[in-house]
Design a protein around this ligand. Structure first.
Ligand code: NAP
Length: 285
């Protein structure tokens, strides 16, 4: 099983050391700002949790909230503030944004070196051209787990279900860089099962409980389950775990697989962003 809790503990300890060293060397602790638009209960909880989680790790973090009906100008003003404030090193925009706001417009206005979510077009372009800089934390977590368990990717058939900008597409780029042969599936793809059946590595990032079943898998496949679904109050992934584990060589459990690593990757991104900004300031001075 691709269990991540032990790895998460080790990464947390390493990150704390890196943060201490960064602070000693530069004289400040990197700071995350979280921008929340709206009052949706789950989003408020998530935003508050992430601020607390970053603080507990030894980083600084703060939450800025705007009402659900905030105009794009108000959101842009907050993005501009975060971009120009030298005491903010990363901005996380809580998703989903209310439907009248276009997240592309929001990310375009952000300083690309403060884009800890890897959603600024410059960071997306760098990843697509094989020079990753700030990359979304969830696919990074999946790659970190595969590396921990030494899953070979060179020449492997990798099938990814889901083509979002946050998970599926950046994961495909990361896999390509590791010389995998990648197939990216989505809601309009024909014959999902035929694709899944020949895959050495299957990554499911769809948001449909138990869409992938054990019978669909090639025996010995490695399965990454990114799904977060609540069914009858229980957290389940996109893969039917019991059937899949009988057939797969390795599979990430939900919970306890990808999830515990994603915030850690986000914190790594904040440290990287702060370092990139410090280097830019050095070059300009
Ligand atoms: P999303 O933006 O809703 O994208 C879902 C993708 O799945 C889309 O590309 C969609 O295709 C595709 N899809 C939908 N139904 C399908 C079907 N029946 N067959 C094949 N593809 C189908 O979701 P997301 O943000 O990428 O998140 C995906 C899942 O990962 C969710 O459960 C989410 O909660 C979870 N997630 C987990 C983490 C973590 O930290 N573990 C982080 C982020 C997301 P179209 O493009 O054609 O619509």
């Amino acid at each position: 099983m691709l269990e991540s809790r032990g790895l998460a503990r080790a990464m947390r300890a390493q990150l704390k050391t890196k943060i201490r060293l960064f602070a000693q060397e530069r004289g400040y602790v990197p700071a995350l700002r979280v921008l929340l638009v709206g009052e949706e209960e789950d989003s408020v909880l998530y935003a508050q949790n992430i601020v607390r989680w970053f603080s507990n790790l030894g980083l600084r973090s703060s939450l800025v909230t705007l009402p659900h009906d905030a105009r794009i100008q108000q959101v842009m003003a907050e993005v501009s503030l975060a971009s120009t404030d030298p005491d903010v090193h990363g901005l996380l925009v809580q998703m989903p944004l209310p439907s009248h706001l276009d997240y592309h417009e929001v990310f375009c206005a952000l300083d690309a070196l403060k884009d800890v979510e890897g959603l600024h077009p410059e960071n997306i372009g760098l990843l697509a051209s094989g020079q990753p800089r700030l990359v979304p934390s969830t696919p990074l977590a999946g790659m970190r787990l595969l590396d921990e368990y030494e899953v070979p990717l060179g020449g492997a058939e990798v099938v990814i279900l889901g083509r979002s900008n946050v998970v599926g597409k950046p994961l495909a780029q990361l896999m390509l860089q590791r010389d995998a042969s990648v197939t990216l599936l989505h809601s309009r793809s024909r014959d999902l099962v035929a694709h899944i059946r020949r895959a050495d590595v299957v990554a499911a990032a769809v948001g449909r409980p138990k869409l992938v079943t054990g019978e669909m898998l090639k025996p010995g496949a490695v399965v990454l389950d990114f799904g977060i679904n609540f069914v009858g109050g229980a957290l389940v992934g996109d893969v039917a775990f019991d059937g899949a584990i009988a057939r797969a060589a390795m599979i990430t459990p939900v919970p306890g697989g990808i999830g515990p690593l994603t915030n850690l990757m986000l914190a790594e991104n904040l440290l990287l962003a702060a370092t990139l900004q410090a280097d830019r300031a050095d070059k300009l001075s």
